[in-house]
Design a binder for this molecule. Structure first.
Ligand code: BEZ
Length: 259
């Protein structure tokens, strides 16, 4: 998993779209009051607070102490703590798990899937969204070409953007029954003042590794990508989402209470 250090305040103030777009996942999860729900990769806490506000027994974990500290400060009383998604400590205690825009930071996808599976009770459900195959391709390839032009080595990517087939295989290998999966384009406006450059500084620090003058590099990258990613006065990133719903099967022969 990435060892990226997050500026949680900047993340909140300039990149709030990350949590905002995840609201659809809360609808899909449809948590009932009293259900115990884990937000795996809770960031600065919006979804934990929303779930708790709707009556769920909501718990959030995030690998970043900075994010967890900000979540706790923003929403006093919510249950958030630091945990690595490759080593989740939970055993069959959640009715549902939500994960938004974080699993693409965990290239060890099998370990994350195993931890999510272990955290769920039999019959528990997973709703997750991450960057899918082809996500932010223009930024990635544009920065790669620019690095090559500057004589810099290929940047080691911290990102994992699987196809539906690849991620279904990961979840099934962990034991999940995949119920549905969608891969869809979601062009995303970059609302930070310096648009594309701010996004790369926040999320793509590896693309700047070894760059002598990051400001000049980002200006050059912006000019290259302007014809593709700048329209109607704004920068737009070519986000492509992979959304999945899956269930941890009950043991054969088990029946639900009241069923
Ligand atoms: C994403 O949400 O797809 C994403 C965010 C930051 C870096 C890479 C991908």
């Amino acid at each position: 998993m990435t060892s990226q250090i997050w500026d949680a305040e900047l993340y909140d103030t300039r990149h709030a779209f990350v949590a905002g777009y995840g609201d659809a996942l809360i609808d899909l999860l449809d948590a009932r009051p009293g259900e115990r729900v884990l937000d795996a990769g809770c960031g600065t806490g919006d979804h934990v607070a929303a779930l708790a506000g709707a009556g769920a027994d909501a718990v959030g974990v995030d690998a970043s102490p900075e994010m967890v500290a900000r979540a706790a400060a923003r929403f006093p009383g919510i249950d958030v703590s630091v945990a690595d998604l490759r080593e989740l400590p939970f055993r069959e205690e959640f009715d549902a798990v939500l994960s938004n825009a974080v699993l693409h930071w965990v290239p060890e996808a099998d370990r994350a899937a195993a931890g999510l599976f272990a955290a769920l009770r039999p019959g528990g459900r997973l709703v997750a969204e991450l960057g899918g195959a082809g996500n932010i391709a223009a930024i990635d390839s544009g920065a790669g070409a620019l690095r090559a032009g500057h004589g810099l080595p290929e940047a080691a990517s911290p990102w994992y953007f699987p196809s539906i087939a690849q991620y279904t295989r990961v979840l099934e290998d962990a034991g999940f029954e995949v119920r549905a999966a969608w891969l869809f384009d979601r062009p995303t406006e970059l609302t930070a003042p310096d648009g594309l450059a701010d996004w790369v500084r926040m999320f793509g620090a590896h693309l700047l590794a070894g760059v002598d003058d990051p400001g000049a590099f980002l200006a050059e990258l912006s000019e290259r990508l302007r014809p593709v990613l700048h329209r109607d006065g704004s920068w737009w990133a070519g986000y492509r989402r992979l959304r999945v719903t899956a269930v941890k099967p009950r043991p054969q022969g088990a029946v639900r209470n009241g069923a």
